[in-house]
Unconditional design. Structure first.
Length: 353
């Protein structure tokens, strides 16, 4: 496949949630798009109303629930489904995939690959062998080699409004980066490249933890000083955790790291921010998750990362306190008190390593 003949075939998007719908729309400015949804009612609604979750589609977008057809028609696929369902989706799609396919995922979460009979609850600690990024899931479950990911500050509502935004496509393959740029870039959407796939994926996942904490600060009524403190300490924590899990420091300092972190820590449109905000207002986690129409990846990420931090002995006070709030009954106010007393003498200590 050459860049010249990209427009001859449609591009596939797997997952008709908010972000999947937004990416399908952006792609449709350049090429025809097949948008896959499991639910036949969603497919019918998109085809009849040309709309989904507030995203209005042009005639370039066609909905389908036929995976075999999707893989046959599209050489480039953008899977954007929740992390908890990603491996199952890949198992279903895999029989129809070939080495010529390119996959660029947009899922900011971890997959767990545990010993038989074990669950996240029964595992005392987790190592990197148990925790998989979505690109690793793609490679484990299919013959696809050319894999990349989408990361960065990509709030779906703003993308739908065509507000200026940008994303990072990370891949060890330059062809994947160039293909993504050609398909996605337009006058309102800038696309950057990065070769550190693991680091960029880690940044996109770990920032969701800090976004929950930021929402909690806002829910308590604290201002910009407190948020600045949280974001700066959160960035350091992300770097330590990311390095323990195989990422590179540089990936956390760009658009996919600091850029995404600042955006989600300041936006009520972020599901993770909303979880923290509502927790601080006194709601239970069960109440909040029952109301959300889409997954807040940060909640499960905290459960996973807490056990990884314990194993690798990584200093992660924000993750640790949030874990206690979400799963052990600590109040948000108590967690904040612990964090304010946490002994730190050095600011950007990760640079001194």
């Amino acid at each position: 496949m050459t860049l010249r003949n990209l427009s001859e075939k449609p591009v596939g998007v797997i997952g008709a949630g908010n972000f999947g719908s937004a990416i399908a729309n952006i792609l449709s400015y350049q090429t025809k798009v097949l948008l896959y949804a499991r639910d036949s009612n969603v497919v019918k609604h998109i085809q009849e109303k040309r709309e989904n979750r507030g995203h209005t589609f042009n005639e370039q977008v066609t909905a389908t629930n036929d995976m075999a057809y999707l893989a046959k028609e599209c050489d480039v696929l953008f899977p954007i489904v929740p992390a908890a369902h990603f491996r199952a989706m890949m198992k279903n799609l895999s029989p129809y995939l070939h080495p010529y396919h390119i996959m660029i995922h947009g899922t900011k979460g971890f997959d767990l690959k545990l010993p038989e009979g074990q669950t996240l609850e029964t595992m005392k600690v987790l190592t990197r062998d148990h925790v998989k990024t979505m690109s690793e899931v793609i490679k484990e479950e299919s013959v696809v080699v050319r894999v990349g990911c989408l990361a960065g500050p990509n709030l779906s509502k703003e993308l739908a409004q065509r507000q200026p935004s940008a994303t990072v496509i990370a891949s060890p393959f330059q062809e994947v980066i160039q293909t993504g740029k050609k398909l996605l870039r337009n006058d309102r959407f800038q696309v950057y490249g990065n070769n550190d796939l693991t680091g960029v994926e880690m940044a996109g996942v770990l920032k969701n933890i800090i976004a929950i904490a930021s929402g909690a600060l806002s829910g308590l009524g604290y201002g910009e000083n407190a948020k600045g403190l949280l974001i700066s300490r959160g960035a350091v924590e992300m770097i330590y955790l990311g390095r323990a899990l195989g990422g590179n420091t540089k990936a956390f300092l760009g658009l996919a790291g600091i850029g995404d972190l600042v955006t989600t820590c300041n936006s009520p449109m972020s599901r993770n921010f909303t979880v923290g905000y509502r927790l601080a207002k006194g709601e239970t986690l069960a109440q909040i998750l029952g109301d959300l129409h889409e997954v807040a990846e940060g909640v499960n990420t905290i459960r996973i990362v807490k056990k990884c931090a314990d194993y690798y002995k990584v200093r992660a006070p924000i993750t640790d306190r949030l874990y206690k709030v979400l799963f052990e009954g600590m109040t948000v106010q108590e967690a904040l008190g612990h964090l304010m007393r946490y002994p730190l003498d050095v600011d950007i200590d990760f640079i001194q390593d």
